[in-house]
Design a protein around this ligand. Structure first.
Ligand code: FES
Length: 106
């Protein structure tokens, strides 16, 4: 199993991107103590979501936001709830938090 990072690397309501296998970029965010990971790919134009490094959330840190056209995505489900790709979803990446405090690709 591939270790991505430690839980303390991802503070609540923040996000970090990581390069994993096959040059895929993912990002992980924490909400209410649970960690969620998605591929860094907007379903609208298949571009990366962030403009500034690790800036994946909107100003209120409530939703995941695409910096290109402002689509908003639910943190827990990855579903687009506003913007040009409404109803589409980010690709979820399965991760597991282990007792050593590490976050691993599942
Ligand atoms: S590329 Fe993400 S909303 Fe258009």
């Amino acid at each position: 199993m591939t270790k991505i990072c430690m839980t303390e690397d991802i503070p609540e309501r923040e996000a970090r991107s990581f390069e994993v296998e096959d040059n895929t970029t993912i990002f992980i965010t924490q909400r209410d103590g649970v960690f969620y990971a998605y591929q860094n790919l907007c379903p609208h134009l298949q571009t990366e979501l962030e403009f500034l490094e690790n800036q994946f959330l909107d100003q209120d840190q409530e939703y995941i936001e695409c910096s290109t056209h402002g689509a908003l995505f639910n943190v827990e489900t990855g579903e687009c709830i506003a913007g040009p790709c409404m109803g589409d979803s980010l690709n979820k990446v399965n991760i597991k938090v282990h007792s050593d405090g590490g976050i691993y690709l599942d």
